[in-house]
Every structure is written in C-alpha cells, then in structure tokens.
Design a protein around this ligand. Structure first.
Ligand code: NAP
Length: 301
C-alpha cells in the first residue's frame, strides 16, 4: 500500500522538510498541515510546505491515511488528543520525535484504537522553524522506525516505503534500543556541547571576544550543536532520562580516566584513545555520513 494523503502536524524544520520532500519525491501523495502557531501557519502557506494548511488540527488530519506528528517530544500527547476527532479509523499515526519509548507510550494511551508506528529521521540541523525546512534533508540519512509489537506488517512496510521514497535509509528496531543508541550518538553529544559552550562563556578570565576569536580551535563545532532548539532538547532530556543517565555515567567514568591520564602524564593511554576515535571518524566519512573535506568544507579566504 502507498499513502495517498499525509497530514503533517508541526510545520518547523522537520515537518516543513517532509512537506517539501513529499511534493518533490512522491508527487502522487497529497499533503495537509497544521501548526499551533498562527504565524508559522501563515509562513508555511507562503512557502507552500503542504498542499493545504488548516487552522484546526482535527480538520488537517481528515481523510489522511498517514499522520506524522512533528512537534516537540513533550507536545506529542496533547497533539494526539487534538487530532483525535478528525482521524480516519484505519490511518497510521507516526511521529519524528528524537526519543521513542515515552512517545510510543503516550500515543498508544492517547489513541488506543489506532495504529501507532513511531519513527525518527536521524537528520536535522541546528535551525528550526518553517524557513529551515528543505526537500533534501532526508537524502542518504537514516530513519529509524520503531514498530510496537503487533503493528500490522503492511502498514510498517508502507511507512518504510514512504521514508525510502523521501531518500532515507530505513532501519527498524525496538523503541528502548533506539533510546539507548541515540542517547550515546546524539543526546549526550548535545549535552556536552551545551555544557562546554556554557562553561567557556562563564569563565571570567577568558573574555567573550577571545572565545569567539579563537573558536576555530574546536569550540566552533560545539557552538553549532549548542545552537540547537532549546525546547526540543529540553524535551529530549526530560523524555529519555533513563538512557541518558546510563550513558552519562559511562561518559563520566571515561572522562575521569582521561583526567587521571593527564594528571599522571600517561601519554600512551591518551594516544591509544585518540587513535581509536580517529578511526571512528574515518569510518563515518567512509559511510558517507559526513563531509570528508578539511574543516567540513568551510570556505576560507
Ligand atoms: P521546530 O522547527 O521547532 O518545529 C516544531 C513546530 O511544532 C513549531 O512550529 C512549533 O510551534 C510547533 N508546535 C509546538 N507545539 C505544537 C502543538 N501542540 N501543536 C502543533 N504544533 C506545535 O522543531 P523540529 O526541529 O522540526 O522538531 C520537531 C520534532 O522533530 C521534535 O520532536 C524533534 O525531537 C524531532 N527531530 C528534530 C531534529 C532536529 O535536528 N531538529 C531531528 C530529528 C527529529 P512553536 O515554535 O510556536 O512552538
């Protein structure tokens, strides 16, 4: 089965990108959209992020066979309640949230009679809002689908086809496993970036202008991540608490070992660790998941 009408709730970076990507890659599929913010709806109409943009969430989902919730993780349950009156009985409810267990539980509770198949496109930028969306966001990026036990296979396949149609590579896994993997590959790195940028700006002996001036020494790449949407990331940490705490403990143990190595002058330990991490970076580039050019292809005078 192919989806004929997709409703997108939340028309920011991810929702807007889905709307643009569907129009480009799946032209037979109709889109409708809703956002809680009237200004976002107005801008989404100007940018034509969906074929029809509604002022009422229940109207937006009418006739849709796939509904994708593209709102912050903490808003998923209230959005599910708001769309409930307009949902077709056999439509698939999916989402794009960055944590999966709490969303699966919240959506199953809010919409017990519907098919819930959560998903997470591992693609994004540090920008947010309707102007941030672009059609190729999902090209060659992973989308993880976490079907709950008993999810109808034909609908899971249809969702896989949908994301592959937008250019993504799809993997399916259990929601808890997703949350542990993403805690270490995405959530902890964001936490570290937010923290180190905060630490540097708090240091009294380093002036703000020096922090900016010498940022190319590694700090700049942290600032890109630390510019990510505060609401989105607050909700990720509130909703993936257990996995984040588990991975944070592992990280703090390793950081303490590194501190000891520096204190003891253990160059061998440091060299071994840095060689291992360099190999990981090279394999990410080899898999086409990052820009291999020096300084990520940034232009220099
Ligand atoms: P975004 O650009 O801020 O877009 C979210 C939109 O949803 C905003 O326009 C927001 O309006 C709207 N919204 C908030 N509450 C709503 C509600 N109750 N009903 C309808 N609309 C509502 O955020 P995003 O980056 O697209 O993130 C959306 C989801 O994608 C999040 O769950 C996030 O975890 C996930 N995700 C993000 C990335 C990334 O890199 N950004 C990657 C993968 C997945 P207001 O701004 O007025 O609140």
């Amino acid at each position: 089965m192919n989806f004929k009408k997709v409703a997108i709730i939340g028309l920011g970076l991810i929702g807007g990108s889905i709307g643009l990507a569907v129009r480009k890659e799946l032209p037979d599929c109709v889109t409708s959209g809703f956002d809680a913010d009237a200004k976002v709806r107005e801008r989404a109409r100007e940018l034509q992020l969906a074929d029809d943009i509604h002022d009422d969430p229940a109207e937006a989902v009418k006739g849709a066979d796939l509904v994708i919730l593209c709102v912050p993780v903490g808003a998923m349950a209230s959005v599910a309640a708001a769309i409930a009156p307009g949902l077709s009985p056999d439509c698939v409810i999916s989402d794009v949230g960055s944590s999966k267990r709490s969303i699966t539980d919240a959506l199953t509770k809010a919409l017990p009679d519907h098919t819930i198949i959560p998903a997470h496109p591992v693609a994004g930028t540090e920008h947010s809002g309707p102007d941030a969306g672009f059609a190729s966001l999902f090209h060659q990026r992973w989308c993880i689908i976490t079907p709950p036990q008993g999810a109808p296979e034909d609908k899971v396949h249809a969702l896989v086809d949908f994301w592959e149609g937008l250019g993504a590579m799809v993997e399916t896994m259990d929601a808890d496993h997703h949350d542990r993997v993403l805690a270490v590959t995405s959530h902890i790195p964001h936490l570290i970036a937010y923290t180190i940028v905060g630490t540097a700006s708090d240091l009294e002996e380093v002036t703000r202008s020096e922090v900016i001036k010498y940022s190319a020494g590694g700090f700049r790449d942290f600032t890109r991540i630390a510019a990510s949407d505060p609401t989105m990331w607050r909700d990720v940490f509130l909703n993936n608490k257990d996995a984040v705490l588990e991975m944070l403990d592992a990280f703090l143990t390793d950081l303490a070992l590194m501190r000891e190595a520096i204190k003891a002058g253990d160059g061998e330990m440091m060299h071994d660790t840095f060689s291992r991490t360099r190999a990981i970076r090279r394999s990410i580039v080899a898999l086409g998941q990052d820009d291999p050019r020096p300084d990520f292809g940034r232009e220099h005078d």
